[in-house]
Design a protein around this ligand. Structure first.
Ligand code: BV8
Length: 278
């Protein structure tokens, strides 16, 4: 699996970062991003549909595309790889999971510190039309329930947070905030949208100060998330990759394990910490 000296280094790790992409959830039945691009549904490139411009142009189409993804996510359960990542918390004093995935499966598997760089599909938030905002056409009334901009400067005084929380991502017309009428959208980071700056700073700091980073199931094609393994490598951390296919990281990583997450991660835990009880 990995050389004895790397096993030794891993056993001594105090802070481990686990950085994951869509391949982490492939064996839970959620299509990877590239599979979605050639997926049967709608045959659209995710980078074309997961954008604020596409939503503004055709909210229902973009909503339906995310509903289709949510159907797979709601049926998905954590796989053996997610379980192994959660078990790392038994052996390593500090484990930070940084995921590009929006499926909540790391949390469901028991990982306690999870940075969701690209949001979470099952949460909704108000759609803010940035063009309208910058042109000064947005309503001056900010909604106390969804933090969006009231559609007609009016708020329903009787609407409460529970009314918003009761709205879910499922088939049907695109919903509106019950208090201000703003269009709602999935709380994920679309292409062309900035990541949450605080969350990104936390992720950069974790990558730059960890002793080791395990990079699982990502093609490393999307920025700025893709910089994370390099930030760890450049600071002298041990970097291990788990992917059935080689990536631009494979040659530079301390070890590159060719295999699927669900089979490879339990083997990695067994070979490194198998005899270690905490
Ligand atoms: C930003 C949420 C700046 C949505 C995602 C124009 C304007 C602005 C920015 C850009 C621009 N042009 C390009 C950019 C940068 C852009 C970008 O990187 N584009 C790419 C296409 C080149 N980035 C952005 O737009 C980011 N924002 O830069 O903002 C800014 C600043 C100020 C003001 C305005 C703007 C936002 C990027 C986030 C996009 N949202 N997700 C949703 O999911 O619906 S990205 C989405 O795609 C995922 O979250 C993930 O990050 C990415 C897919 O990557 P992977 O996870 O790696 O998945 P993939 O399918 O590619 O690979 C799977 C891997 O798994 C493969 O390697 C495979 O071999 C492996 N695998 C398969 N099976 C298994 C396995 N591994 C293990 N086990 C298995 N069983």
């Amino acid at each position: 699996m990995i050389a004895p000296d790397l096993q030794e280094r891993l056993r001594a790790v105090r802070h481990l970062v686990v950085f994951t992409g869509a391949g982490m959830s492939a064996e839970s039945g959620i299509p990877t991003f590239r599979d979605r691009a050639k997926g049967l549904w709608a045959k659209v490139d995710p980078a074309e549909v997961a954008t604020p411009h596409a939503f503004k142009k055709n909210p229902q189409f973009v909503w339906d595309w995310h509903v289709h993804l949510a159907d797979a996510v709601s049926r998905a359960r954590p796989n053996e790889g997610h379980a192994a990542v959660a078990r790392l918390q038994e052996f390593v004093p500090r484990v930070t999971v940084i995921t590009q995935n929006i499926d909540n499966l790391h949390q469901a598997a028991g990982s306690r510190t999870v940075i969701e760089l690209h949001g979470n599909l099952m949460r909704l938030k108000a759609f803010v039309d940035v063009d309208e905002l910058f042109s000064g056409d947005a309503s001056p009334v900010i909604c106390r329930i969804c933090n969006g901009y009231a559609i007609d400067d009016e708020l329903d005084p009787y609407a409460g947070p529970e009314d918003l929380a009761a709205i879910e991502l499922h088939a049907g017309s695109v919903p509106h905030c019950p208090a201000c009428g703003a269009l709602l959208r999935p709380d994920v980071v679309w292409f062309g949208e900035p990541l949450d700056p605080g969350m990104l700073d936390d992720a950069f700091l974790a990558a730059e100060t960890c002793d080791a980073l395990i990079c699982i199931g990502t093609s490393l094609e999307v920025e700025p998330a893709a910089t994370l393994p390099w930030r760890a490598l450049n600071r002298g951390a041990l970097v291990i990759e788990v992917n059935p296919v080689s990536t631009q990281l494979s040659q530079s990583a301390s070890a590159s394990l060719s295999g699927g997450a669900a089979a490879t991660l339990p083997l990695l835990l067994q070979s490194v910490w198998g005899s270690v009880a905490r």
